[in-house]
Design a protein around this ligand. Structure first.
Ligand code: N01
Length: 479
């Protein structure tokens, strides 16, 4: 009999897991989704200009080609439509419990099963698959006086669409990927925009283009065109972008590309100086956008680099004085060091996952954690990419979990051995030593202790190879 599976989250990861179970003829699963719809991050991030800086054909499932992409880089609504189409096409809807947050998951050693807790009570499952993502919990900053602000103030991932920005003075705090996407749209609407930049980011152009009807028809009907195009982009980023992050030959080329982009788009040398990063390119996530710099050169936009001291009822106070604002947007990123934190996960011996991860989140292959049998993580620790599509990694992980389910069906609960975890950690540390993320910058890739707990330090192609199938020697089985 197939193991029963609780999937937490109905974003890309959870839907991928469910689709592949469905395709394998397994329907003994339930998807628990805290929100009111499918789509995860693409349901939550509705800020103006939200979209993906990875090409559409790469940022989608390899097994579910889509001829309807209207542009090279998809917008948020288009990605959400794609995910909704997938949920419908594979008949997942009846298996998804919306508005149902998992609050706890405890491994019952006597039963060899997980007790999954929601507001409705407790249910037993053989397996838990976490698909909560790494960027699902907004991080508001800790600036004194935030609650005193009189106007609308919200996080980029919780956009308040009732706030009218037309002609208003808007403050955007933060200048990462989300800020870069929303600033051009906010600048168009606002009377004046202050962008509070603490650290400049490296920015490279996004060569976006629409796919006209002829090209879309070709994608639909020409055999292997989509597959070939996708494979070409995959190989291109693996061969050029990845080496740039690993201290390779292309780092300097990428840096020059970014500086050329800055020079071409920002004529004012004083503004250019403000926007020029002082850390190696790739240390923080590179922003891929062609509209960000032009927005910053507008006469009604200021880039403010003075330190923010507090928020006051009428605006943002900096070390250089008050900047008045009617609306504040916090584009300040996400809580990323323990993505499963809202769920109290308890493994063998009553050990809490938060406790096991006290020094930093880690998992064998980013998927399995010693002491937590039959718990599998999608987009888990050290599987984020700085150069390729996370959907590729998720598909590798789902394939691996399917392999684990076959073992569990035959041999009962499986748990990764601490020795396998230790060997994995050593390999990871060795590979990480070459990566640019370690260089002198802060980023969401690292935890508070400065350890890179989010990123994968090798190519996505290598990850696919090592996750092809579970190695039984790395696990302990119940029988
Ligand atoms: O968040 P971030 P994001 N005072 O953490 C600043 C993915 N993504 O939402 O750099 C002042 O990158 C902070 O400053 P600093 C992508 O992987 C993908 O923009 O810490 N400023 C920084 O500028 C991305 O990396 C797409 O000095 C404060 C900003 O806020 C990830 O999501 C699109 C502050 C936070 O930047 C997160 O991006 C969008 C404070 N107290 C996002 N606290 C795609 O296209 C923070 N900041 C796929």
């Amino acid at each position: 009999m197939s193991p029963t599976v609780a999937i937490i989250g109905a974003g890309f990861g959870g839907l991928c897991m469910a689709i592949q179970l469905q395709r394998a003829g397994v329907d003994s699963y339930t998807i628990f989704e805290a929100g009111a719809g499918v789509g995860g991050t693409w349901r939550d991030n509705t800020y103006p200009g939200a979209g993906c800086d990875i090409p559409s054909h790469l940022y989608s499932f390899s097994f579910e080609k889509y001829s309807s992409w209207t542009r090279r880089y998809p917008g948020q609504q288009e990605i959400l439509r794609y995910l909704e189409m997938c949920a419908d096409k594979y008949g997942l809807r009846p298996k998804i419990r919306l508005n149902t947050a998992v609050t706890g998951a405890a491994f019952d050693e006597a039963l060899g099963r997980w007790r999954v807790r929601t507001a409705a009570g407790e249910e037993l499952f053989d397996v838990v698959v976490s698909a909560v993502g790494q960027l699902s919990r907004p991080q508001l900053p800790d600036i004194p006086g935030m609650s005193s602000f009189l106007g609308p103030a919200f996080h980029s991932a919780r956009w308040d669409h009732s706030a009218d920005l037309t002609g208003r003075r808007v403050a955007v705090i933060g200048s990462g990927s989300s800020a870069a996407q929303l600033i051009p749209r906010v600048a168009e609407a606002a009377g004046h925009l202050d962008v509070f930049q603490r650290t400049p980011n490296w920015v490279i152009p996004k060569p976006d283009a629409t796919f006209g009807p002829a090209l879309r028809t070709a994608f639909r009907y020409v055999p292997f065109l989509q597959r070939g195009y996708r494979e070409w982009i995959h190989r291109y980023v693996e061969a050029t972008l990845y080496p740039a992050l690993a201290g390779g030959w292309s780092a300097e080329a990428l840096r020059r590309h970014a500086l050329d982009h800055l020079r071409a788009q920002v004529p004012d040398p004083a503004l250019r100086a403000k926007l020029t990063p002082s850390y190696p390119i790739g240390c923080k996530r590179v922003v891929i956008d062609s509209e960000f710099y032009p927005a910053l050169t507008r006469p009604d936009v200021d880039v403010v680099t003075d330190r923010i001291t507090r928020i006051v009822p009428g605006g943002v106070e900096t070390a250089a004085g008050l900047r008045e604002a009617d609306v504040i947007v916090y584009a300040t990123g996400f809580q990323t060091s323990d993505p499963l934190a809202p769920v109290e996960v308890t493994g063998r011996g009553g050990r809490r996952l938060a406790e096991a991860w006290r020094e930093g989140a880690e998992a064998y292959l980013g998927i399995a954690v010693p002491g937590f049998p039959n718990l599998f993580l999608l987009y888990g620790p050290n599987t984020n990419l700085g150069h390729n599509s996370i959907i590729f990694m998720i598909e590798c992980q789902v394939r691996y979990v399917l392999g684990c389910l076959a073992h569990i069906a035959a041999r009962g609960p499986m748990e990764v051995r601490p020795e396998a975890m230790a060997a994995w950690r050593r390999n990871l540390d060795r590979a990480m030593a070459d990566m640019v993320w370690q260089a002198g910058c802060t980023s969401w890739y690292k935890n508070a202790a400065g350890r890179v707990t989010n990123n994968w330090p090798a190519t996505a192609t290598l990850y696919r190879r090592i996750t092809r199938a579970p190695r039984p020697a790395a696990f302990r089985f119940a029988r």
